[in-house]
Design a protein around this ligand. Structure first.
Ligand code: ADE
Length: 232
């Protein structure tokens, strides 16, 4: 999987690529991430990448020329997906991360200010993705969220494959609580069932706690789960 990121502040993503699962995926050749500074594709000496919106309103819009030049500088494949990170996009979720992870090339375009000139959307962009119903100052953090979520589900990126399968949202319920040693800490005991060695009882306990957690935090998910609706 190759991911090209086009951003005004690509350095925001830099550090995260050097730690943890992403670093391992990169070191093992499963993932390649290339960061591109949009200003390098500006046409003037002042490296201008934005301009005033036509029609008169506040804010600035990313100009089309540098973005077209940046995308055209990359080697595109038939299956390349060009993803624009924007609060106007489709809500990102685990299914989407898994779908993206099956491809081989993503180009992530990070917006800033009021977004991009509409002609970029019309001609270049295949997917618009939002990481939630709030407005961040730019698409760099959302791009990192997407890279992290996609990178960790790449086939064999996780040391423990089973742990991805068991993630919240890989199944349709939220995760159950976890405990590790000591069995008692400051008067709080680990539930007896987890120490019982009784596999079926442990599975039942985890299932029930998952249901409770989901009812508490995400009643919308529990409803879908009970109605057997597929999450997409
Ligand atoms: N850019 C600014 N806010 C965003 C969000 N919530 N999701 C994706 N891109 C964004």
């Amino acid at each position: 999987m190759k991911i090209d990121v086009i951003a005004i502040f690509p350095e925001i993503l830099e550090m995260a690529l050097h730690v943890g699962i992403l670093k391992r995926a990169i070191d093992r050749g499963l993932l390649e991430v290339c960061l591109h500074n949009l200003r390098d594709f500006a046409e003037d000496n002042r490296r201008t990448i934005d301009d005033y919106p036509y029609g008169g309103e506040s804010g600035m819009v990313l100009k089309p020329e540098p973005i077209f030049a940046a995308v055209r500088s990359l080697e595109l494949k038939e299956t390349t997906r060009v993803v624009f990170l924007t609060p106007q996009g489709k809500p990102f979720n685990q299914k989407m991360a898994e779908r993206f992870s099956l491809g081989t090339h993503l180009i992530l375009i990070c917006g800033r200010y009021k977004g991009v000139d509409e002609r970029v959307r019309e001609k270049l962009i295949t997917d618009e993705v939002s990481i939630g119903d709030y407005v961040l100052s730019g698409g760099e953090v959302p791009a990192l969220v997407l890279i992290d979520a996609v990178g960790r589900v790449l086939p064999s990126a996780l040391g423990d494959y089973e742990s991805a399968q068991n993630d919240s949202f890989s199944r349709e319920l939220l995760d159950h609580p976890h405990y590790t040693r000591p069995a008692e800490f400051e008067g709080m005991r680990v539930p007896d069932v987890l120490l019982s060695g009784h596999h079926q009882k442990i599975m039942d306990w985890r299932r029930n706690r998952s249901m409770e957690k989901t009812a508490e935090q995400r009643p919308d998910l529990l409803r879908k789960f009970k109605n057997n609706e597929v999450l997409d």
